[in-house]
Design a protein around this ligand. Sequence first.
Ligand code: PLP
Length: 237
Amino acid sequence: MKENDSYSSVFADNLEQIQHRIQSACDLADRSHDEVSLLAVSKTKPIEYIEQFYALGQQQFGENYLQEALLKIAEFSEPALQWHYIGAIQSNKTRPIAEHFDWVHTVSSLKVAKRLNSQRPDKASPLNVLIQVNIDREESKSGVLEEDTAALVEAAREMSQLNLRGLMVIPKKQTNLDSTRDSFARTRQLQQSLADQYSLAHFNQLSMGMSEDLELAITEGATIIRIGSALFGPRDS
Ligand SMILES: *Cc1c(COP(=O)(O)O)cnc(C)c1O
């Protein structure tokens, strides 16, 4: 228990610092703090850490590795806790995602969208879906190219067990902050034009910004920031 207490005070400080960074960025951008939700990225971290953050009031958790995530979800499920899948999706592994998560940030093909839609249990509310956009056209990165996004939205908006909520992006790693900011801005423009084009009232979410660049992302309209190391500490990889 002592050990838990000591994590808890470090985690409480980390959480407070992140909330403070969110607040400052929102103030500068003339946005309300309520528009930005904090997703705690708990990949590679033990379940006890998640429990600690949950006890501090954090309710949204993001996981990248499916097997690891399923073990955690089986062990720790609370009515208010929402699990977000933010990892790469193999199209033959969609069922557990459809069954166990509340949000998916990384949909980037029609095939995956169709499978998630048909595998989402009828009794569950529609799965919240973000389309991952490869905004900087990187060979190595998953995500839909900008010009292919509309076709995917057009098809997926008809799927009754999916709730299309917006876009997710991981911009190219760049030393020039203006370039990163521009990638965020282009993602927001794309989200807004898709919401208008298809009159999608709930297509209003932008998952962008991590520990290093959350301020830039908030300036450019992020509504979900995905924070790992600044909350849980560095990952040993
Ligand atoms: C790991 C990860 C994060 C968190 O990154 P940090 O730099 O640790 O904040 C956010 N988004 C995705 C998709 C990730 O894989």
